[in-house]
Design a protein around this ligand. Structure first.
Ligand code: UDP
Ligand code: MN
Length: 454
């Protein structure tokens, strides 16, 4: 049992860093109160709140009335990476403990984490993340034998797939579990080790991708990542980001993950691009500093990481990117933006070229994961019946409602075995029910498609 474990008695106090942007006062307070209630005071050097330019500056200012709490405020939105770097910069403890702003730490959460880092400063350690219910705010224990991992190259965390049950290690379920990737929000790291390893990639904006960057870097440059089952922290998992991305959610995510792939993934970055073909043309800033950091630290290759840390991550059979038009006679499948709607409509329109190049709205990629996508949106069928509409939804790894195969001139939907069809009665209707799936019929011209590579 966890409470039989013995920890060093002379653990050094840690600096707890919580960054936030427009966090609800109640959840922010719950995070801090739980830390103060459930942590031996001598283990807290300070609680550093970094207010990432929230609308109400008082959220942060009022909290310094609580013991140990300090507040710094950005006078411009920086995103979580630069906010965390800033918090770490003023930290006085020898270790840094990062938390999200909507957590509840559990009993004895900190000692096992600090203990592991004191034994070996190269370890970067995480608690098990329990779930705080989004509707009731109840604390729900999650299964304890977990480790992080994301078995695709798209560098997208999906919480369904990040949790891979670790087989019994023979060491008992209360032992630390090595993990190839951390969730990113909650962890303890030695401060000097954090600085030495290059902190974070400060060019990453707002949110996303930084956990992959940190995970690859820690492993490849001589450290390790582990989850400590006897340390538990609850976290509110939200369905949507409750804040704005000034450059757009997708652009930011692509920029951050593309930087990660370009700096750390060597020749394996081709699989990242194969999974996210539209990332190829995206700007991602300058990576010189991060490349020279990697060189100076003499970090291992990504191949080494795959072999030694993450052998379960299988290498895709091919990384071909097929991109081009999806044509029916002289017409092309295209997206049309709708007013005040994030998801565009699908239309069949005359194929157009602009300066010799296919119009962006008519270029599709067919990936090795068998998705047909444009930017981050995938052709999908939600419920299966003859005549069911084909819609665009955010791409999600391993969702067979988004998978298609090309057989001859037909495009077959994998999960339903129905074929992509045009519905002439639906043409021009407001809700765009122009594309449907129907029982496959090779004689039907409305099911005849050509993929024309660009
Ligand atoms: N955050 C921030 N600035 C931003 C975006 C996020 O300080 O521009 C904070 C956010 O308030 C939270 C942490 O970074 O404390 C992680 O963000 P979030 O909880 O939205 O990510 P998730 O847990 O959903 O991955
Ligand atoms: Mn969070």
């Amino acid at each position: 049992r966890c409470n039989l474990l013995v920890y060093c008695t002379d653990l050094p106090p840690t600096s707890i860093i919580i960054t936030f942007h427009n966090e609800a006062r109640s959840t922010l307070l719950r995070t801090i109160r739980s830390v103060l209630n459930r942590t031996p005071m001598h283990l807290i050097q300070e609680i550093i709140l970094v207010d990432d330019f929230s609308s109400d500056p008082d959220d942060c200012k009022l909290l310094i009335k609580l013991p140990k709490v300090k507040c710094v405020r950005n006078n411009e939105r920086q995103g979580l990476v630069r906010s965390r770097i800033q918090g770490a910069g003023i930290a006085q403890g020898t270790t840094l403990t990062f938390l999200d702003s909507h957590c509840e730490v559990n009993r004895d959460w900190l000692q096992p984490l600090l203990h592991r880092v004191k034994e070996d400063y190269t370890r970067v350690v995480c608690p098990v993340i329990d779930i705080i219910n989004l509707d009731t705010f109840n604390y729900i224990e999650s299964a304890s034998e977990l480790r992080g991992g994301n078995p695709t190259y798209g560098l997208h965390v999906s919480w369904e797939s990040i949790r891979v049950t670790e087989k019994a290690t023979g060491l008992g379920i209360f032992s630390p579990v090595m993990t190839p990737i951390i969730a990113g929000g909650l962890f303890v790291i030695d401060k000097a080790w954090f600085d030495y390893l290059g902190k974070y990639d400060s060019e990453m904006d707002i949110w996303g991708g930084e956990n992959f960057e940190m995970s690859f870097r820690v492993w490849m440059c001589g450290g390790s990542l582990e989850i400590i089952p006897c340390s538990r922290v609850g976290h509110v998992f939200r369905k949507k980001h409750p804040y704005i991305f000034p450059d757009g959610n997708t652009n930011t995510y692509i920029k951050n993950t593309k930087r990660t792939a370009e700096v750390w993934m060597d020749e394996y970055k081709q699989y990242y691009y194969a999974a996210r073909p539209f990332a190829l043309e995206r700007p991602f800033g300058n990576i010189e500093n991060r490349l020279s950091l990697r060189k100076n630290l003499q970090c291992e290759s990504f191949q080494w990481y795959l072999k030694n840390v993450y052998p379960e991550l299988s290498i895709p059979k091919d990384s071909l990117i097929q991109k081009g038009n999806i044509r029916q006679r002289q017409k092309c499948l295209e997206t049309q933006k709708r007013k005040n709607q994030e998801i565009p409509n699908l239309k069949l329109s005359p194929c157009i070229k602009i300066k010799g190049e296919e119009a962006k709205s008519q270029v599709w990629a067919f990936t090795y994961t068998q998705q047909i996508l444009q930017e981050e949106l995938c052709l999908s069928v939600i419920t299966f019946f003859p005549g069911a509409p084909v819609v665009l939804v955010l791409c999600k790894n391993g969702d067979d409602r988004q998978q298609w195969t090309k057989t001859g001139s037909r495009i077959e939907h994998m999960a339903s075995h129905l074929c992509l069809d045009t519905d002439m009665f639906g043409e021009g209707t407001e809700n765009g029910r122009e594309f449907v799936v129907n029982p496959c019929e090779s004689s039907l011209m409305s099911q005849h498609w050509d993929m024309v590579s660009s």
